[in-house]
Design a protein around this ligand. Structure first.
Ligand code: ADP
Ligand code: ZN
Length: 520
């Protein structure tokens, strides 16, 4: 039987000092530890950098038996392994990349391991279950637990095999850990891993030292060069494709004279590892990367994270931007988005299996509302994760320089009509010409100068067309066809019927979130 919980926590505090060298627990670590040491299954949702690893590594050193850690990435495991061993914890990994698996298995059987890291695909192997029975398990820790949820942003089917495995050891407590899980993902994780409702420990999501900004992308090289000039420290630039990664890395290096290296899954393994190592060691390097980069990298002094295209979801955005400023010093997160990003993402929805489409569409809609909001970005983010934030944070672009909001419903109806009447197969440039009454050859050939929508937009209204087209694409009322034309989608019919209003956000001139009032 377990001793009284206070006593347990006292022993844990002692262990924190002697094994880990820290003087105090952080945030909700004691709540998680108390539950685990009492043998209660728990889901810990804590932001990146909050110190989740400690919540299973510490019990692993206190409890009788081995803590089995499920972790999705081999690189991540090896990082964890190094830091655990550096603290004198008896740890091993069991992956396809390990040559010493026989020794590891022997050590487990002999009860000589505090921590055993394994990949989720092991869980479905019956031999693995038999192997686990050969010794005593103290705890199951499931890292990146959002991978168990189809609603989470990184579903991995192997995670579904974990529950049947863990059910073979019903007396062993389970600790699921994740940095990014909205409400729905959280309840999914609880049920998929068999953790009781009251087992949820939710830490605050706010990262007050990060300044958020989201801007329209007109010239990414120039925009990111400006950002780099403002932020001399290390930075991460996320780009959507391998080609864009390499292209941006070259151009940014040339434009700034700084060390800028690429990182993506298509690079040779040695080059990838070398670029990552250089970045981790550097005080001023910028890495341009696909989203393959970042998980498990512990670099506290990242001064900015830039997105050269839209992330997959709000959760992905939060996780990726969360790599900035883990040391608590001011850091910048800026997204540069284009209407085409949303248009393409919406186009890709069609390729998904039917049952996933509506979830993904909702995810995109939520991201679009973050991008399009004239209100506080942080408030939108925090509400997404179920918090009740202040209305304005004072540290995002919209708080620092509030944008103008304009009712564009009438113009939206004109633009949608123009798309409809030209057969939903022309791009924005053509529609703009039709609406503003510009007669070029293509327009004359098609007879588009004879349409009722020809030349019905003029003066100031014409200036609204471009941001309006972006906004309509972001919300899915305009979707691009495979030939680059714009077709009606989403709530376009409601807008045309006048049942739905459209507001657009006009950013202030030279909009830039500036920190510490250092605008010149
Ligand atoms: P997460 O997995 O939640 O992103 P980590 O477990 O990698 O975070 O921890 C982030 C950093 O915080 C690590 O360098 C870790 O050693 C440190 N850390 C964890 N707990 C404490 C603590 N109680 N006091 C000081 N530093 C801590
Ligand atoms: Zn704000």
């Amino acid at each position: 039987t377990l001793p009284d919980p206070n006593l347990q926590l006292e022993r844990a505090r002692e262990q924190l000092r002697t094994v880990f060298g820290f003087s105090e627990f952080r945030g909700r670590q004691p709540d998680v530890l108390a539950r685990i040491l009492e043998g209660h299954s728990t889901l810990a949702v804590m932001p990146t950098g909050a110190g989740k690893s400690l919540t299973y590594q510490l019990p692993a050193t206190l409890l009788h038996g081995t803590c089995v850690v499920i972790s999705p990435l081999i690189a991540l495991m090896h990082d964890q392994l190094r830091s655990a061993r550096a603290n004198g914890i008896r740890a091993a990994t069991l992956t396809s990349a390990d040559a010493d698996w026989r020794d590891t298995m022997d050590a487990y059987r002999a009860g000589d391991l505090d921590l055993l890291y394994v990949a989720p695909e092991r869980a479905s192997q019956p031999q693995f279950c038999d192997f686990l029975t050969s010794s005593q398990i103290a705890l199951f820790a499931i890292d990146e637990a959002h991978c168990v949820s189809e609603w989470g942003h990184d579903f991995r089917p192997d995670y579904r095999q974990l529950l049947p495995l863990m059910e073979r050891f019903p007396e062993v407590p389970r600790l699921a850990l994740t940095a990014t899980a909205d409400k729905r993902t959280r309840s999914d994780i609880l049920s998929q891993l068999g953790i009781p409702q009251e087992g949820l420990v939710l830490a605050g999501f706010d990262r007050p030292n990060i300044t958020y900004a989201i801007q329209h992308r007109d010239n990414p090289v120039r925009q990111i060069t400006t950002l780099m000039a403002e932020q001399p420290g290390p930075g991460i630039v996320y780009a959507p494709t391998r080609r864009k990664v390499e292209d941006l890395a070259l151009k940014l290096a040339a434009a700034t004279g700084r060390l800028v290296l690429p990182y993506h899954a298509g690079l040779p393994a040695e080059e990838r590892a070398a670029n990552q190592a250089a970045f981790v060691a550097s005080e001023d390097m910028v890495i341009v990367a696909t989203i393959a980069f970042g998980m498990g990298i512990d670099k506290p002094d990242v001064r900015f994270v830039a997105h050269a295209g839209i992330p997959k979801s709000i959760e992905a955005y939060y996780q990726e931007t969360g790599r900035a400023g883990r040391d608590g010093d001011p850091a910048q997160a800026t997204m540069y988005w284009g209407a085409g990003d949303f248009a393409q993402a919406r186009q890709r929805l069609a390729e998904l299996p039917e049952e996933r489409r509506s979830d993904e569409r909702t995810r995109l809609d939520m991201l679009a509302s973050l991008v399009e909001t004239p209100t506080c970005r942080r408030a939108v983010l925090l509400r997404h994760f179920g918090e009740k934030p202040e209305k304005a944070c004072g540290n995002c672009d919209n708080c620092l320089s509030p944008p103008k909001v304009t009712d564009a419903t009438e113009t939206a109806r004109k633009l949608l009509s123009a798309a409809y009447r030209t057969g939903q197969s022309f791009g924005f440039g053509h529609l703009q010409k039709v609406l503003t009454g510009s007669r070029d050859d293509r327009i004359k050939q098609r007879g588009h100068d004879q349409l009722s929508v020809f030349g019905i937009v003029e003066g100031e209204e014409a200036a609204m067309l471009q941001p309006l087209s972006r906004a309509l694409q972001a919300r899915g009322a305009l979707v691009s066809t495979e030939h680059g034309g714009l077709a009606l989608g989403g709530d376009a019919p409601a807008i045309l019927k006048g049942e739905q209003a459209v507001e657009i956000v006009i950013p202030p001139k030279r909009s830039r979130a500036t920190k510490r009032g250092d605008r010149t």
